[in-house]
Design a protein around this ligand. Structure first.
Ligand code: BGC
Length: 556
């Protein structure tokens, strides 16, 4: 470790440092799934150096910030969401110096950096869990039921499938809402609070600009850990409050963290943020996580789960905007991440819809999250052989993280892909990125890739798409460039304009965005001059023909 590690590089200077409007209110944040982004050392696993080398690509793409998924010391039972040491970089991904270098390079390029924090659970290899005395105080151990304690303490199920309890060789049971290698922490213990505040300060001192809070709805469990009374509980996540998810008690933790983040930022004239990965049954309950004294943003999974239908999209957008407006927070929008089926596949296996959905998302007020590879139009890889899979949900017969909710477009799923275009597991959206060349690993690194890449990705590489105006990559670049240039995009007002059935029309200052969700052309009076379209739009005699499954931005 070098001296520089203690003197963080300055965050990019932009309007909104200190208190005030806030850079994050309309930021476009790009999710780097480190393991699959770029590999510098040829072991087939993406790493921090690889990510750092590719930061100029992200700058050129036009995003404002990157979110790095966990790169901390971990046995990798759940892709690094099982952390054994929150202050160390796993050798798979590099060193602390590499993290420091990455943050500095990002800041030099004008990009902010958000890192994951995982507070609901640790790895079972964490020193706290390894020490039986400490473990009893800092995790959730309970005696079993039945004559000799042979039954789990209650009927809770793990999100990944099977019971949420594992019995120790001492005879008692510990709670793990995810894999058995991820024991849940006891947030009634003040030492747990103190430790997470110290971890945040550690990474803030290294210069990060914020945290994505994993399972931000999970830390507090209902008193007495009551039974739920029936099975298939993973299906209820995000549909109702559960005794282990979205308990009101979590908000006190977020309030304390907001005080920490504001205090830290104020002392340094910068804004550092918290974004909640929270599953709440309604937009109103989700908005509680972004009250002025809680976290800055929460992922809006209701939008992600909306089917490709104009009425459904409109009502999700309205509900999201109304709920966040009620607490003065900006809305976030997201279509893909490392837990869900890529939206090209999820929206009926249609790249046209995926491109249109992205342009719609980028026209909405608030902040948008992009997941690596969506800018290439990558589909979900649906034919991975079982022997290469690593998602713990696959081995436990459960599902991902609750990310697949009601309303997913199930009707037009391609053959061989289950409801919503998915098999319920997450390796298919985590296949390493194709950068260049005709053959795997397509420039991902000097070695192979930890998951096999499809043989037909040669046309989807960054190199193949760069400079091709019809490519999805150039569509993203153009949209992000316009978003930066046009004052009416980003944070600010939005209203609906009249539109035929199946079409959405929304106005932002100086701009109108049309979305044709139907599978065929729709004609309407041209609303202005086309600025950007996800598919070729024609205007003849003041009549615009909107191609099926397309989105167009018009200057008005
Ligand atoms: C992360 C998942 C992870 C889970 C448990 C999430 O919501 O996004 O990838 O498996 O939390 O940490």
């Amino acid at each position: 470790m070098t001296q520089e590690l203690t003197s963080p590089s300055p965050a990019p200077q932009a309007p909104g440092t200190g208190r005030g409007p806030g850079w994050w209110r309309d930021a476009v944040i790009y999710q780097v799934y480190v393991r699959s982004f770029a590999d510098s050392d040829g072991d087939g696993i993406g790493d921090l150096r690889g990510a750092r080398e590719r930061l100029p690509y992200l700058k050129d793409l036009g995003v404002d910030a990157v979110w790095l998924t966990p790169f901390y010391a971990s046995p990798q039972a759940d892709g690094g969401y099982d952390v054994a040491d929150y202050r160390a970089v796993d050798p798979l991904f590099g060193t602390l110096q590499d993290a420091d270098d990455l943050i500095r390079t990002a800041h030099d390029l004008g990009l902010r950096v958000i890192v994951d924090i995982v507070p609901n659970h640790t790895s079972d290899r964490h020193p706290w869990f390894q020490d039986p005395e400490l473990a009893r105080q800092r995790y959730l151990f309970r005696p079993g039921k039945g004559e000799s304690g042979e039954l789990p303490p209650n009927d809770w199920e793990s999100v990944f499938g099977g019971p949420a309890w594992t019995r120790t060789d001492r005879g008692d049971w510990y709670l793990h809402l995810f894999a058995p290698e991820q024991p849940d922490l006891n947030w009634d213990n003040p030492e747990v609070h103190a430790e997470f505040e110290a971890i945040m300060r550690f990474w803030l001192d290294l210069g990060v600009d914020g945290f994505r809070v994993d399972v931000a709805h999970g830390m507090i469990k209902a008193p007495g850990l009551p039974d739920i009374g029936h099975g298939a509980q993973a299906q209820l996540i995000g549909a109702q409050v559960l005794p282990f998810f979205d308990q009101d008690g979590v908000h006190a933790i977020h309030r304390a963290w907001r005080r920490l983040l504001d205090g830290y930022g104020d002392a340094r004239g910068k804004q550092v943020i918290g974004v909640a990965e929270a599953w709440a049954p309604t937009a109103e309950r989700l908005a509680l996580y972004v009250r002025p004294d809680e976290l800055h943003q929460a992922f809006n999974f209701q939008f992600l789960n909306a089917p490709w239908q104009s009425d459904a999209l409109r009502s999700v957008i309205d509900a999201s905007l109304a709920a966040t407006a009620s607490v003065g927070a900006p809305t976030t929008w997201v279509l893909s991440n490392h837990d869900v089926v890529r939206h090209t596949t999820r929206l009926g296996g249609s790249l046209a819809r995926a491109r249109a959905a992205t342009l719609l998302m980028l026209a909405l007020p608030g902040s948008a999250y992009l997941y690596q590879g969506e800018e290439l139009g990558l589909p979900e890889v649906t034919d991975l052989p079982d022997e290469v899979r690593q998602d713990p949900a696959f081995f436990r017969g459960g599902r991902a993280t609750g990310a697949v909710g009601p309303g997913t477009d199930t009707e037009s799923a391609p053959d061989g892909v289950a409801a919503g275009g998915q098999d319920g597991f997450r390796d298919g959206c985590r296949v390493p990125l194709p950068w260049s060349g005709e053959l795997p690993p397509y420039g991902f690194g000097p070695g192979g890739s930890w998951l096999p890449q499809p043989a037909d990705w040669g046309g989807l590489t960054v190199a193949a798409q760069t400079g091709d105006p019809a490519s999805t990559l150039e569509l993203y670049r153009a949209a992000l460039e316009l978003r930066r240039r046009l004052p009416g995009l980003g944070d600010g007002p939005m209203s609906w304009a009249p539109a035929p059935d199946g079409v959405l029309a929304l106005t932002r200052p100086g701009l109108l965005c049309t979305v044709n969700t139907l599978g065929h052309d729709v004609g309407l009076p041209a609303p202005g001059t086309p600025l950007l379209s996800s598919a070729p739009v024609t205007v003849d005699d003041a009549t615009a023909q909107l191609p099926g499954d397309s989105c167009t931005w018009w200057a008005i």
